[in-house]
Design a protein around this ligand. Structure first.
Ligand code: NAD
Ligand code: UD1
Length: 349
C-alpha cells in the first residue's frame, strides 16, 4: 500500500483508464490529466465504479504549461505515467505536424513542468513500432531503432529526449536524478473483465481486434484480412497480442522498480511489454469464433502498406527486472473483448 500520488496523463483513454483501475486497487492516489480529445469522462466514472475509490480529474491539455504547473503544485505526484498522445499511424502520415506537436512538444512541456516541480520519475508509453526492420522476428530492447512513420518517430524522439535528460544527470549532481521506464508495448487488446471499460475507437477501427469485435456484433459487415501471402505458416500477419490488464500491471511493477535500489542513482531503461508469442490474423479470427460462437465474415484483401509479416517481443528483461510477465491467455483476451463489446455496443455513448 502506498499513499503516493501518481499523475496519469491520458488517463481517460483506453490504456490509461485500465491503469487507473490497477493504481487505485494498489492503493495509490490518482490524478488524471486528459483533454478528452480521444476519450470521454464516462471511462473514469466507471473506473471509480469498478474500484469503489475516487480519483481527481483535470480536463487539461499537456501542452498548457500554466495549467500543468498548477496541477503539479496541487498534487505533488511521486511519479508520472504518461499515456497522453495521438496514436493513429495513418493519420500521422497525413498530419505529421499535429503528431509532433501533440506527442513531442506536449511531452517536452510535461517534462519541463516535471523538472521545475522536482518530479523526475516517469513511466512512458512507448511502442514496439520504434524498432527498425530486421531479419529477426523476436525483438529485444537492444535492437536498433528505426521507425517508419511519423507516429513511430514521435515515440522514438521522445525516447531520445528522455535518454538525453537522464544523461544530463551526471553534470547536474545537485538535483534528484531522472528515473525513467520506457515501456515498449506490443499489441494491446482486450478489456477489463468487468466489461465496464474497454477500447472505444472513433469511427471505423484501424486495428484488428476492435474491427473483429464490431463484425461479430454486426456493426460492421466484413473484416478484410490484409494479405495471406506473407512468409508465415498460414500466410497472414503475426503479432504479439497482450491483454491490456497484463500491460498495465507492468506499469505498476515499473513504479516499484523505479522506487527500488536498482534506480537509486537514476536511469532511463526500455522494457518490452509483450507475451513473447505471436498469433496470426486467422488464429485471432478462429479464437474469436470459438469463444463467442459467432461466425466472423471475412475476405482476403491486399496487404496494408507498412505492415510487417511477423514480430513479437522478447519479454525476458521485463521478467528479470520488473518481475513481470503476461498471465492472460488469448482466450481470456477474446472473452474480455467480447464481454465489453457486447455489453457496450456503442462504446461509452
Ligand atoms: P487513447 O487515445 O485511448 O488514450 C490517449 C489519451 O490521451 C486520450 O484520453 C486522449 O484524450 C489523451 N490525450 C491525447 N493528447 C493529449 C494532450 N495533448 N493533452 C491531454 N490529453 C491528451 O490511446 P491508448 O490506446 O490508451 O494509448 C495510450 C498511449 O499508449 C499512447 O501514448 C499511445 O501512443 C501508446 N501506445 C498505444 C498502443 C495501442 O495499441 N493502443 C500501442 C503502443 C503504444
Ligand atoms: C498497429 C500500428 C502500430 C502500433 C500497434 C499497436 C499500424 C500500421 N501499425 O500495429 O504502429 O504500435 O498497432 O497496437 O497501424 N489486420 C487485418 N485487417 C484489419 C486490421 C488489421 O488483417 O482490418 C492485420 C494487420 O495486417 C496485422 C494484424 O492484423 O497483420 C494486426 O494489425 P493491427 O491491429 O492494426 O496492429 P499492427 O499493425 O500490428
Amino acid at each position: 500500500m502506498s499513499h503516493q500520488t501518481i499523475l496519469v496523463t491520458g488517463g481517460a483513454g483506453y490504456i490509461g483508464s485500465h491503469a487507473c483501475v490497477e493504481l487505485l486497487q494498489a492503493g495509490f492516489n490518482v490524478a488524471v490529466v486528459d483533454n478528452l480529445g480521444n476519450s470521454k469522462y464516462e471511462s473514469l466514472r466507471r473506473v471509480q465504479q469498478i474500484t469503489g475509490k475516487t480519483l481527481t480529474f483535470y480536463q487539461a491539455d499537456i501542452r498548457d504549461k500554466a495549467a500543468l504547473t498548477e496541477i503539479f503544485a496541487k498534487e505533488s505526484p511521486s511519479t508520472v505515467m504518461h499515456f497522453a498522445g495521438l496514436k493513429a499511424v495513418g493519420e500521422s502520415c497525413e498530419k505529421p505536424l499535429l503528431y509532433y506537436n501533440n506527442n513531442v512538444y506536449g511531452t517536452m512541456i510535461l517534462l519541463e513542468v516535471m523538472d521545475e516541480s522536482n518530479v523526475r520519475q516517469l513511466v512512458f508509453s512507448s511502442s514496439a513500432t520504434v524498432y527498425g526492420q530486421t531479419s529477426l522476428t523476436q525483438y529485444s530492447e537492444d535492437f536498433p531503432l528505426g521507425p517508419i512513420n511519423p507516429y513511430g518517430r514521435s515515440k522514438a524522439m521522445i525516447e531520445d529526449i528522455l535518454r538525453d535528460l537522464s544523461a544530463s544527470d551526471k553534470i547536474n549532481p545537485n538535483r534528484s536524478p531522472w528515473k525513467v521506464a520506457l515501456l515498449r508495448y506490443f499489441n494491446p487488446i482486450g478489456a477489463h473483465e468487468s466489461g465496464l471499460i474497454g477500447e472505444d475507437p472513433n469511427g471505423i477501427p484501424n486495428n484488428l481486434m476492435p474491427y473483429v469485435a464490431q463484425v461479430a456484433i454486426g456493426k460492421l459487415p466484413q473484416l478484410s484480412v490484409f494479405g495471406d501471402d506473407y512468409p508465415t505458416p498460414d500466410g497472414t500477419g503475426i503479432r504479439d497480442y497482450i491483454h491490456v490488464v497484463d500491460l498495465v500491471k507492468g506499469h505498476i511493477n515499473a513504479i516499484t522498480a523505479l522506487n527500488s535500489d536498482a534506480f537509486k542513482d537514476g536511469g532511463c531503461k526500455a522494457y518490452n511489454l509483450g507475451a513473447g508469442k505471436g498469433y496470426s490474423v486467422l488464429e485471432i479470427i478462429a479464437a474469436f469464433e470459438s469463444v463467442t460462437g459467432q461466425k466472423i465474415n471475412y475476405k482476403i484483401s491486399p496487404r496494408r502498406a507498412g505492415d510487417l509479416a511477423e514480430y513479437f517481443a522478447n519479454p525476458a528483461l521485463a521478467f528479470k527486472e520488473l518481475n513481470w510477465k503476461v498471465e492472460k491467455s488469448l482466450n481470456d483476451i477474446v472473452a474480455d473483448t467480447w464481454n465489453w463489446q457486447s455489453k457496450n455496443p456503442q462504446g461509452y455513448n
